[in-house]
Write a protein that binds this ligand. Structure first.
Ligand SMILES: NC(=O)c1ccc[n+]([C@@H]2O[C@H](COP(=O)([O-])OP(=O)(O)OC[C@H]3O[C@@H](n4cnc5c(N)ncnc54)[C@H](O)[C@@H]3O)[C@@H](O)[C@H]2O)c1
Length: 371
């Protein structure tokens, strides 16, 4: 069984990665590029795939196994890049072995599962951080700063129009855009506003030419706690004039408006006598490399990432609430989604340690919806 080493002060941090699929390969390259970490073990149900993936990324020294149980190495932390359905079992095993976990989004397939994951982190006393890689884009950081200087915000919009032909599981999903992709955009709206959503009205549909079985387009309007409205217009079967994968954003605020095309420096226009100053680019590692830097900072210095498990549940709740709203054709309160999921999680069998934490929670406060 992998054991926790617990010495992250000096030298590279010893990492075990679980999952060597397509995103797993990206993580293996990212670990290889970061001198603060070293891969000591790689776990995948397919050990041949894992060996090949490790070797390709230059991790010849990494030990391969098909489960954390079967891996005989000591380590400081785990990076979890398995499929969403496997996040709970694999992350919980790591947490209860004393290992902090950086887990790919989404935290779990359901909000109830996400709450159980957050409770597992609390019960284990270890960090569970969710990698929301699109928070780590330098021009997005500039945009956040620019928007933060425009006074009260009335409206935020994000247009997301892409036309990828993935093939495979996404083409057969019931809600491919909302469930597989929109969490990135929804999570980014929370990061941008520094605020949380309270309700959503959403319509989901499939354009007649769509090559997806399920609904590949959606329009959603979220109301945030301070009254800001966030409008999301998205389609995954929108050929021509495609937007960035980060979407095309506009903020309308008291002192003016600011736009970000998702890839380049943002722009703004102010109606007061202040000059528009575009903040300098932080020039820090982006996407999953940025996530890894924040995780290392926690391991070395004890900092708490904004995307720790309990705080990240609301991003998944935005997805689940949007899907539910589209189904019932009514606005849905995010708090109702959270409290129903908490009831479900408490009723499910997660073992006594997780159950005790779930039972002790004022769940709306824990996820950041009250107080
Ligand atoms: N941040 C992003 O932009 C982004 C992009 C793509 C995927 N993802 C996320 O990354 C994760 C992985 O996606 P992917 O596309 O690499 O999937 P994938 O199917 O290509 O790979 C998943 C791997 O996990 C392994 N696995 C599954 N269950 C396991 C278990 N119990 N123990 C050990 N290994 C197990 C599989 O054998 C497979 O090799 C998902 O959570 C997905 O949402 C994020």
């Amino acid at each position: 069984m992998a054991t926790a080493q617990g010495s992250t002060g000096h030298g590279p941090i010893k990492i075990i990665q679980i999952g060597a699929g397509s995103m797993g390969r990206g993580w293996l390259r990212t670990i290889a590029d970061n001198p603060d970490v070293e891969l000591v073990g790689l776990v995948d149900l397919d050990p041949d795939l894992a060996r090949r993936a490790a070797d390709e990324a230059g991790h010849q020294q990494a030990v391969i196994a098909t489960s954390l149980d079967a891996l005989d190495v000591s380590a400081d932390a785990v990076i979890n890049v398995t499929i969403p359905e496997a996040h709970a079992s694999t992350s919980q095993q790591a947490l209860f072995a004393g290992l902090p976990v950086l887990c790919e989004k989404p935290i779990a397939p359901t909000v109830a599962g996400g709450l159980a994951m957050a409770a597992a982190a609390e019960a284990s006393g270890r960090l569970l951080m969710i990698s929301q890689s699109r928070r780590y884009v330098n021009s997005f950081t500039q945009y956040r700063q620019l928007v933060g200087d425009l006074g009260r915000i009335g409206t935020v919009t994000c247009d997301f129009f892409k036309a990828p032909h993935f093939g495979g599981f996404r083409d057969a999903m019931e809600h491919p855009l909302l469930v597989d992709m929109a969490i990135h955009t929804f999570d980014a709206s929370r990061a941008l506003l520094g605020n949380n959503p309270v309700s959503v009205y959403c319509e989901e549909y499939n354009p007649s030419w769509s090559w997806y079985d399920g609904d590949a387009a959606a329009n959603a309007i979220f109301t945030f706690a301070d009254g800001t409205r966030f409008g999301y217009h998205g389609s995954w079967c929108a050929p021509g004039q495609e937007t960035s994968w980060n979407g095309n954003w506009r903020v309308s605020a008291e002192a003016g408006s600011a736009a970000w095309d998702g890839d380049h420096e943002p722009t703004a226009e102010r109606i007061d006598d202040h000059e528009v100053k575009i903040p300098p680019s932080p020039q820090t590692p982006e996407y999953i490399a940025g996530s890894l830097v924040e995780f290392v900072d926690h391991l070395r210095n004890g900092t708490r990432p904004d995307t720790h498990a309990a705080a990240n549940v609301l991003s998944l709740a935005m997805v689940e609430a949007a899907v539910r709203s589209a189904s019932v054709k009514q606005p849905v309160q995010i708090a109702d989604v959270i409290t129903a999921a908490h009831r479900q999680a408490t009723a499910d069998d997660h073992g006594p340690r997780i159950h005790a934490v779930l039972e002790s929670w004022d769940v709306l406060e824990v996820v950041g919806l009250s107080g």
